[in-house]
Design a protein around this ligand. Structure first.
Ligand SMILES: [Zn+2]
Ligand SMILES: [Zn+2]
Ligand SMILES: [Zn+2]
Length: 171
């Protein structure tokens, strides 16, 4: 577990990295976790997860449906939604509420609190565990006697890659 946590910290920025490695790691972790938990990573669930991991961009359900159609012509929206529910339940993907879209979890699939940095230009989502922020938030919530069901902070802006492209275009 400690190793996994460290690996997520050293996860390079989405702009400069070997994405094939991200995909194979994510799928490998998902397969392992499902075996350990005794749940089925059915072919359709696996395929949806793989399609979400196509990039670090947030993907909408209809985009997934478009992508899956050529692979599985019989795939129905309800099937995709059920697969997405399963993947969220297992902590393998995150719902980006503000975009109504989904992104692969880069933190080894455990259920956790997240800070999502969402680029408005390229739709890439960077996930950060931000433990200090979350701790402060927990304290605040506790003081309000509020029962939390989910806790995610979504921040919109411009990622470093897009910011660099923009500044080089301006000069
Ligand atoms: Zn990647
Ligand atoms: Zn995550
Ligand atoms: Zn960007």
């Amino acid at each position: 577990m400690t190793e996994a946590a460290e690996a997520s910290h050293s996860h390079p920025h989405p702009s400069e990295h070997d994405h094939k490695k991200c995909v194979s790691e994510a799928l490998g972790t998902a397969e392992q976790l499902c075996v350990v938990r005794g749940v089925q990573l059915t072919p359709i669930r696996h395929q949806v997860l793989e399609l979400i991991w196509d990039s670090h961009k947030a993907v909408k359900a209809y985009e997934l449906l478009d992508r899956i159609k050529p692979l599985q012509n019989a795939a129905k929206p309800a099937t995709i939604y059920r697969a997405l529910d399963f993947l969220i339940e297992q902590g393998l993907i995150h719902r980006v509420e503000s975009l109504n879209a989904f992104v692969g979890c880069s933190c080894s699939g455990h259920q956790h609190e997240q800070l999502l940095l969402i680029c408005n230009n390229c739709q890439e989502v960077e996930e950060r565990s931000a433990p200090e922020v979350m701790q402060a938030l927990s304290l605040e919530i506790k003081q309000a006697d509020f029962i939390v069901h989910s806790k995610a902070i979504e921040i919109h802006g411009i990622c470093v890659k897009c910011a660099q492209t923009m500044s080089s275009e301006q000069s």
